[in-house]
Design a protein around this ligand. Sequence first.
Ligand SMILES: Cc1ncc(C[n+]2csc(CCO)c2C)c(N)n1
Length: 227
Amino acid sequence: MPNDQSNDLFDRLASGAAAEWSRYVDHAFVRGMGDGSLPEPAFRHYLAQDYLFLTHFARAYALAVYKGRNLADMRASLNGLKAILDVEMDLHVSLCAGWGIAEDELERTPESKATMAYTRYVLETGLRGDLLDLHVALSPCVIGYAEIGKRLAATPGALDDANPYRVWIAEYAGEAYQSVAASARATLNRLAADSLTPARFPRLLTIFAQASRLEADFWDMGLTLTD
Ligand SMILES: Cc1ncc(C[n+]2csc(CCO)c2C)c(N)n1
């Protein structure tokens, strides 16, 4: 549970933006994946937009390489970039293929406004700010999916064969992804130890709240099939 007295920056942000955070992680789209009631066209629409989202997300990691202040920062971001380009994208393309969406169709999909808004917000925040601003903008995405995966996996029946969304849930609830999220938390704390001041916290909270809102809007876009 979020805790604003915590030493963990992520906990302080999630607790400071509790309304935006819970609209995102407890969204109807998420609950629909948990109990299998999400309409399949909504999931297909989401998957195709998520392909475009991941492409921009890779650019954001490339920007984080550039923004690193030392080789350790730069190497950590490069590992994130490689994980997306060499692993995540392939996983996503095969997940889409399983849902009947071929790679050339993904390439041809027009970007929805929600995808544009979210990805450009993250990129612009990183361009304008420093590495801490950028990692705060990325954190609802990276850490939120781990939290969603863990919660859903604990829902009775969520991982049953009868649930068409079980593969998605198992992926994010799995140990490999949980450890990606744990290291994203550690990165935030490391950067905060270096450059977080009390005066700066409200500005970081604004970034976190906006990114969480845009994540919730991304679920809305899937659910309502909006372009
Ligand atoms: C809208 C949206 N938000 C978050 C994620 C999760 N996510 C984005 S990049 C990545 C890999 C991090 O190394 C993960 C898990 C997503 N797929 N789509």
